[in-house]
Structure formats: C-alpha cells, structure tokens
Design a protein around this ligand. Sequence first.
Ligand code: HEM
Length: 406
Amino acid sequence: MGEKFQGSTMLDEEYSADPHAYHARLREERAATEVVLPRGTKAWLITRYEDARAALADPRFAKHHEHLQRVMEVSTTNPDDNGALEQSLVRHMLNMDPPDHTRLRKLVTKAFTARRVEQLRPRVQEITDGLLDAAQGAAGPVDLVDVLAFPLPITVICEMLGVPMEERDDFRAWSNTLVSDSDPAEIETAGKAMGAYLFGLVEHKRANPGDDFFSALVHASEDGDQLDQGELIAMAFLLLVAGHETTVNLIANGVYHLLRHPDQLARLRADRSLLPGAVEEFLRYESPVNYATFRYSTEDVEVGDVVIPKDSLVLVSLLSGNRDGSKFPDADRFDITRQTSGHLAFGHGIHFCLGAPLARLEGEIAVGALLDRFDLEPAEDLEGLAWRPGTLIRGLVSLPVNLSPR
Ligand code: HEM
C-alpha cells in the first residue's frame, strides 16, 4: 500500500450523495486519488477517460490473484470442509493474469461464440413476452426492475447453466450479498452456499451432458486442454454473478433515463433503428458496473502527474470515464444518437466483457418489446428514486411505472 495518504475521501459518503458529481470533482483535481473504501481498505481511484482506458490495458496493473485475496482480507483458505470450495469460486478468469487468464478465456470463448448468443434470440424474446404478459395483468403501477429488468437476464443465464427455477431466489440473495459491502462473515456464508450448490451442478452436468451451454463448457477443449472441476465451478460462479448483477441495470437505468428525457423517448419510438445506438448510450451514460474489479500495481506506475506506488490496490471508474467531457463532448447530456464508440462500460483490454453480445441482445429486446407494447409513465418522482447501496454496481433499487397497453 502507498506510504503517503493524499486524499481524505470517504468514497462511501460523498459517493452516495451523487457519484457523478463526486467523480467530476476527482477528474478535475488529479489523475488518481487515494480513497478509503467502505470497509476501511485504501485504494487508488482512476477517474479520467484516457487514464482509465490505459490502466485497463496496462499489465503493470495486474490481478495478482493470490496477493489480491490477502490484501482484501477475503478468506479463501478456511480450514473447514468448505475451504476448498470457496477457493474454487474465486479462481475465475476475471481474477487471473496471463497465462492463466489466456488459457481460461480461450476455452470459454469456444462455448460463448456470437453464433451461440444469436441462437438465444427467440428464447430471449419469448421470456420477455411472457414477463410483459404478466406485467400487463397487474393492477396499478409495476416495478420495472422486479417484473422485467431483473428476471430477464437471470432467467437467461440460469437456463444456459441449467439452474432450476426453484433455486433462483437463493441465487439472487447469495449473488446480491457477494457484490455488496456486507459484513465479511455474511459474504463468506453466501460464498459457501453458492460453492456447494455449484459443485453439485458441475457433477450433474458431467454425468448428464446435454445440448446446453454449460455442457459445452464442461466439454470445451483446446489442444487436449479442458477446464478442471474447480475451474468449472469458478466459471459458473462468474457467469451467474455477471448474469445477475449487470444487465438488470442496463435495462432499468436505460428506461429510467428515457423517462427523464421524453424527447429522447419520442425519438426512439419514432425511429426504432435508433435502438442499438440507444443501448450504447444507456451503457455510457449510466454504466451498470461503476468500478472495474480491483487491479494491483506490480511496480510504481505514473498516471498523469501522480505516481501510484507499487503494491497498491487500484480501482478504475468506468462510470466516471464515460462521463469525461474530453472524450464525450457535453458528456452529461443524454443523447441516444451520439457517438459512443470507445465507451468503457464493458471494460477494456484482456478482461473485456465476455457477455457483451448477450447483454446487448437482452437490452435491445427488453426495451424494444416494452416500447412496442406500452406507453410508460413514471409512477413516482424519478429524481427521488433510490440507488442500490454499495459502490461497485450502479443500479436503481426499483423503477415504478404505469403501463398502458398501446
Ligand atoms: C467482464 C461489464 C454482462 C460475463 C466484465 C467487465 C466489465 C463487465 C466492466 C470487466 C471487468 C474488469 O476488467 O475488471 C458488464 C456489463 C454487463 C455485463 C455492463 C451488462 C450490461 C455480462 C453477462 C455475462 C458477462 C450477461 C455473461 C453471462 C463476463 C465475464 C467477464 C466479464 C465472463 C470476465 C472476462 C475476462 O476476465 O476475460 N463485464 N458485463 N457479463 N463479464 Fe460482463
């Protein structure tokens, strides 16, 4: 960790009041700021677009998996029986550096091709239609997070991995706890429960391979190489958490900003060819993942005029980089027709989101179907809606709307 503590920022407090204002101040002040995270850990925060993009592609900001676990005080080596399972959960590719990362990513990419994702289109449409049928039957306002944004991606990823419907509420609870700033003991309990479940799932898929995505993953091989059992558990864990915590916010944040900007909503209704660009603007303007997962400086690294010392934890803000006016002119203006290429919502570099095509597909289908079928009115003051606590994810707790069939 750094010797000198330059900032006194409590990320938690000022952040929750208004993360965009907080990041705007930091972008203005300096290239990297030392901050204290909710549980007291110090980290360096990078907020400017160019620095963020460069940091994500810089091998000097590495995962250093073993060390990262130690620094973050995450228990992965409990002497009890579940210790090995817990250890498996964090051995996923988002926590790995080359060459381990390269090997894991290569194996998974085979099972996650654009063709496989495109094959999901009719099923994603069907699930969306079913969810909207149910929402249409509800009396009074509905919470769009609850009826559409949350269940769609989770249903898709659970079907891909073969997680039965009955287990999904448990998954929601475990997954929410794991990405929250909860007590370490609670996080550990959730991790153990999830690990034990995934262990059974992998065993089942090994014995009963089907035509599904997870079976493809179990059997994916490259030059005789295969994912071992621990790696499969970790991969399933990563995909389930990614499938639970991210696309929900793409959909809900996007609809929220359309409601806040009726001119943009009207444009999109008038010209549906704008939809793919609109989804990119949702991703840029209110990025579902605020901070990319931790990096660790393997040597002193200059970021602008700041030196981040060796052995520091480093956080890269995607939410902030995407609001940097030096990259996106008038960056605080929501404009579904703007140029968004190069946005950082899916990260950058070797860890660029593997699920991006799926997230885009789900976002387009969900928002497209919603606009096809309904006129939407906010059911509560939009400015007063609550955002989820915690700093890693940027998403609304709920989005109450009145739906009138068109
Ligand atoms: C990685 C964002 C949806 C699977 C990432 C990263 C970001 C991200 C920022 C890189 C993190 C870092 O570098 O620290 C998002 C957003 C999504 C989304 C904003 C939705 C709007 C999904 C979905 C899946 C998925 C639906 C799969 C079902 C992954 C995987 C990685 C990843 C496997 C790790 C890739 C690697 O380490 O090489 N995602 N994600 N994501 N995402 Fe997503």
